[in-house]
Design a protein around this ligand. Structure first.
Ligand code: NAG
Length: 618
């Protein structure tokens, strides 16, 4: 999604929430659905007959539409078709690490005000626990269905997981991915997708029929640059060899589709070897649909069709861009471009109605698989999932388990950790990431069930906790070193909570180096030197940071990497610091231009390898 639109959208959301506060809460709306049994026409429409195969039903529905109606169904925000009893549908919703309102299909303005916020994916992936990934997917799918049943969703198609390979460590969206390993990323995709869609785990027997919610493998393909030194994703042309494509970039997508049975794919903004992904017939139709037997819908990333003409100059006219995308196999355009230019593309004979029908067939099939054309949603297989399931204790416990299992102990000199919980000892908590709950969530987060900062969680363990932010923000351009030193000197133990946040790495913004921002390093070193005992350094970040200085600093006793640990991050970190949970730890680390994290998970006896490579931007 482009930044300006996101900003406008969040402004709108701000106004909308202000309006909700002022008005009295409305009675829960019934969820939107087609084929209402109380409507007389429903009986006559074959597309409403649940006993018929979905392909027959979709074909019947498409055959009833006029060309103008068809064109309006090719974009992400589709209008209702009242004469057929079909409600409006929103294709764009997000659920990267919990049901989110970052898209347009989900609204937290009714009974349900929040959803379980799991750690950002890069941390969850570091658990190397496919069963945990599956259970997280299940919770997300269940909460999504609860939001729909409560009348707070106009769509059930979620644009997650992000399974692009994190090849370039400076990529701002690397945090959203399971990392740089094609095998791990593929496994993550399969577990997450099967969980969200309400399927059994892989190898758990025959697939269930209906979709609990729809997941989407994105961004197809070879996308890991957002905005870097004047190059952005709309203009970027990834040069990828056939071997690298087969070894690195494609395996997660193949797994996501073949083993995960994902019902959606998103084609990426970038070109690959000159061809925009959303205009690539070989990629979308030959590889995904024929070779991998993909059955689902293909969406463009937002405005990815318009950029083929506006930015990439790949298409000579807007109509050519529309034709390129539809002929390649894209079904729906996030944005409004196809709404504006498809009619003229048909008139200019660049697109045939049969190509539009093919897209609509895929789109309505997915809506039917979601059970949205079967009459009363309460009577559907997922119809009894109530609002009490959202943010349930069980779901919040899983967010805690995920945070615990992902956090990695990078250094622990002379068994400095865990700390003893003694009544008399004092604790200094220092750093710009200590007391900001939003910094725990990562991007694409929805409103979490609860907001607890790392400081608040540590305060619940140690009565005498003293806090000093030390820097105004993670940029740390003018650190208050004297104040922080004073607090550090006086306490028995010091925890420094540093690292990155979304101002340093995010969508549409890549880093240009791997070091801590501003004067953070100087700040950490000086405070550590002043403390009575070696300090505990906690690093929040999604992409890797070069902290060789901390590895070698005798005043830093322990280092914990906590990713963006989600709503339960404070509790997980406190449990680890005070020895109630034993984290995965580093056996060996090489910090050259390669950062090699080799870690061993005691509990499961599993072995993990996280390879962080400093590379060029492809
Ligand atoms: C489509 O047309 C509308 C109305 O003229 C305009 O606001 C919108 O920006 C257009 N969309 C694109 C992607 O050009």
């Amino acid at each position: 999604m482009r930044n300006r639109q996101v900003q406008i959208l969040s402004l709108l959301i701000t106004f909308a929430s202000a309006a909700t506060l002022l008005s009295t809460p409305a009675a829960a709306q019934p969820p939107p659905f087609s084929c209402d049994p109380s409507s007389p026409s429903t009986k006559s429409f074959p597309f409403c007959k649940a006993s018929l195969p979905i392909s027959k039903r979709a074909q019947d529905l498409v055959s009833r539409l006029t060309l103008d109606e068809k064109i309006l169904q090719l974009v992400s925000s589709t209008p209702a078709i009242p004469r057929l009893g079909v409600p409006a549908y929103e294709w764009w919703s997000e659920s990267l690490h919990g049901v989110s309102n970052a898209g347009r299909g989900i609204h937290f303005d009714g009974t349900i005000k929040s959803a379980t916020s799991f750690p950002q994916v890069i941390l969850t992936a570091a658990s190397f626990d496919a069963d945990l990934w599956y259970r997280i997917g299940q919770v997300i799918g269940t909460e999504a269905r609860a939001v729909y049943n409560a009348g707070q969703a106009t769509g059930m198609t979620f644009w997650a997981p992000n399974i692009n390979i994190f090849r370039d460590p400076r990529w701002g969206r690397g945090q959203e991915t399971p990392g740089e390993d094609p095998l791990v990323t593929g496994k993550y995709a399969v577990s997450y997708v099967r969980g969200v869609q309400g399927d059994r785990p892989q190898g758990g027997g025959k697939s269930r029929g209906g979709l609990q919610a729809s997941a989407c493998c994105k961004h197809f393909t070879a996308y890991d640059l957002d905005r870097w030194k004047g190059v952005d994703r709309y203009d970027f042309d990834a040069q990828v060899t056939a071997q690298d494509m087969a070894d690195t970039f494609q395996p997660p997508f193949q797994k996501c589709i073949q083993d995960g049975k994902a019902s959606g794919i998103m084609c990426a903004y970038n070109r690959v070897n000159g061809v925009p992904s959303c205009a690539d017939y070989n990629l979308l139709s030959n590889i995904a649909r024929r070779q991998w037997s993909f059955h689902g819908y293909i969406t463009s990333d937002c405005d990815a069709v318009s950029i083929m003409y506006d930015n990439q100059k790949y298409a000579k006219t807007p109509e050519d861009a529309v034709a390129d995308a539809l002929k390649a196999g894209m079904d729906v355009n996030c944005g409004t471009y196809l709404q504006n230019h498809t009619k003229s593309a048909v008139e200019q004979r660049k697109v045939s109605v049969s190509e539009i029908d093919r897209a609509l067939h895929n789109l309505f099939s997915v809506r039917m698989r979601l059970g949205l054309f079967n009459g009363d949603p309460k009577k559907q297989p997922f119809g009894n999932i109530g609002p009490d399931q959202v943010c349930s204790q069980k779901h919040q416990d899983l967010a805690l388990e995920a945070a615990r299992s992902g956090i990695v102990l990078l250094k622990n000199k002379e068994k400095h950790l865990p700390l003893q919980r003694s009544k008399s000892a004092s604790l200094a908590v220092i750093g710009p990431n200590a007391n900001k709950a939003s910094n725990l969530l990562g991007n694409y987060a929805g409103p979490p069930c609860k907001s607890v900062t790392l400081l608040q969680a540590l305060q619940s363990y140690v009565k005498d906790t003293r806090y000093q932010p030390g820097c105004d923000d993670v940029v740390c351009s003018s650190p208050q070193i004297a104040q922080a030193v004073e607090v550090a000197k006086a306490a028995d133990h010091v925890v420094l909570i540093m690292g990155l946040d979304q101002t340093q790495e995010r969508e549409d913004f890549d880093r240009v180096d791997l070091v801590l921002p501003g004067r953070q390093q100087e700040f950490i070193t000086t405070v550590a030197q002043a403390a009575k005992k070696p300090v505990i350094l906690v690093i929040l970040c999604g992409g890797p940071v070069d902290i060789r200085f901390a590895r070698d600093d005798q005043n830093i006793g322990s280092i914990l990497w906590a990713g963006y640990p989600g709503e339960a991050g404070g509790m997980a970190l406190s449990e680890i610091i005070f020895g109630e949970h034993n984290p995965g730890k580093i056996l060996r680390s090489l910090f050259t231009s390669w950062l090699l994290y080799l870690s061993f998970l005691k509990k499961s006896g599993r072995f993990l390898l996280l390879l962080k490579q400093e590379g060029d931007c492809q």
